[in-house]
Design a protein around this ligand. Structure first.
Ligand code: FES
Ligand SMILES: [Fe+2]
Length: 436
């Protein structure tokens, strides 16, 4: 059972910013968004505005977007290129590498009292680029990225894997979607973590032919009828979760792009190449998931969403769309138009989800409704041990069928962090550090 207060209580929300967001690894952006020296992309980490940039020596940084003098937002462009960030309030200027380089009235006003080296931009103490994805963590003593991912690093690897199963690069389609939703961020995180139960929500969009397969069903892969297991995978100690389908055998490619011969041929040959590369592991097809706390990913329509908290009752969703860099332009065009039909503020499927989250959220605020807790009992969480189980060994806790196992993993980690004061290490973190 979960009390509805976790979605709306202002005190809990404030505690969540300190105890969950300030010490978790958060997704900030993708390297393909800042390919050149001086490139920057304005991002967020929790409620904080941050600048993701590449300095003039090519080094990647994540800076707090707040001037050291009086806190003004230094950068107000979504993205661009700049050697300097000059504050619009009193004019302090910072290099792309973060050092304070220019101060109006420096000699007359400050004499030798201003130690400019001590007033550089605040930089995130832990920063990692992992296969193009860039992550930051404000807790200098927190787990390193790989330890903090645990078994879920395989979920991220699968997401970043191009269709042929190789190690080719993915790239972000220029510009990202940003929009606000009248609900707490956890609605979206728990939905992406493991909600295979809410299919009924998308009944109308399933009737339409929104996928390139031109058949009923919102996913392109809905035309594949090969026998398969539905799996929930999670790393409960760290709160990460993913959803996947394990086919029961090695089946040939199912055509999915009847109106686009070039695209069909691209995916057919990628499918066969992936089978050659991965062998029977190619039977595992990933659907999506949530990396704790608020980075969700969708494999079928390669997309990342970050659910930025704005307050207990509001979330600013940011959605990135990724494409295989080496794919033919026609493939990129078909995928781009499909993901935009599916997801984002105008996406038909995401609109169904947002309506559920917003109205369920409202019920956590009203006087009588908020007295009654939610039920998270679905699925007994028995370990998956059918034939083929060896293909998911090492991928965390795996159970089969529709369940709320993954949501329980998400809230288990959330509760642990919420119960641990910021001055102490959470238990899982403690154990992990000792195991290193
Ligand atoms: S707030 Fe930036 S220079 Fe004063
Ligand atoms: Fe949905």
């Amino acid at each position: 059972m979960i009390d509805r207060a976790i979605f709306v209580d202002p005190a809990m929300y404030a505690q969540e910013q300190e105890r969950v967001f300030a010490r978790s690894w958060l997704f900030v952006g993708h390297a393909s968004q800042i390919p050149g020296n001086g490139d920057f992309f304005l991002s967020r980490m929790g409620e904080d505005s941050v600048i993701l940039n590449r300095d003039m020596d090519g080094k990647i940084h994540v800076f707090l977007n707040s001037c050291r003098h009086r806190g003004m937002r230094l950068c107000r462009y979504d993205f661009g290129n700049s050697k300097y960030f000059v504050c619009p309030y009193h004019g302090w200027g910072f290099r792309a590498s973060g050092q304070l380089a220019a101060v109006p009235l420096r000699d007359k006003g400050y004499g030798d009292r201003l130690d400019t080296a001590a007033w550089s931009l605040i930089e995130v103490p832990q920063l990692v680029e992992y296969r193009g994805t860039i992550w930051g963590c404000w807790d200098a003593k927190g787990l390193d990225f790989r330890t903090a991912m645990g078994a879920a690093i395989a979920y991220l690897d699968a997401f970043l894997e191009p269709p042929d199963g190789g190690d080719g690069e993915m790239e972000v389609i220029g510009g990202i979607h940003k929009w606000r939703m009248p609900c707490n961020w956890k609605w979206a995180a728990e939905n992406f973590a493991g909600d295979n139960y809410h299919n009924v929500s998308h009944a109308s969009v399933d009737q339409l032919q929104i996928s390139p397969s031109q058949a009923k069903g919102r996913h392109t892969i809905d035309v594949i009828k090969d026998p398969a297991y539905t799996l929930n995978l999670s790393e409960p100690a760290l709160g990460h979760a993913a959803r996947a389908v394990l086919r029961k055998g090695d089946y040939p490619y199912t055509p999915q792009y009847p109106a686009h011969p070039v695209v069909e041929e691209y995916f057919r040959s990628a499918y066969e190449e992936r089978r050659r590369r991965l062998g029977e592991r190619a039977r595992l097809n990933w659907m999506g998931g949530n990396l704790f706390p608020n980075m969700s990913f969708s494999n079928g329509r390669t997309s990342i969403a970050v659910w930025n908290p704005i307050g207990p009752n509001e979330t600013e969703a940011w959605r990135w769309y990724l494409l295989p860099k080496s794919a033919p332009q026609q493939v990129k065009d078909v995928l781009r138009s499909y993901v935009m039909r599916y997801a984002g503020p105008g996406g038909m499927t995401e609109q169904d989800d947002m309506e559920n989250w917003a109205l369920a959220h409202q019920s956590c605020r009203s006087t009588i409704a908020r007295r009654y807790p939610f039920n998270y009992q679905l699925g007994d969480g028995k370990p998956f041990d059918a034939p083929g189980a060896h293909l998911v060994t090492g991928l965390g806790v795996v159970s089969e069928g529709v369940s709320e196992h993954n949501q329980r993993a998400l809230y288990g980690r959330w509760a642990e962090l919420m119960e641990t004061p910021s001055t102490e290490q959470p238990r899982a973190q403690h154990d992990c550090n000792h195991g290193q």
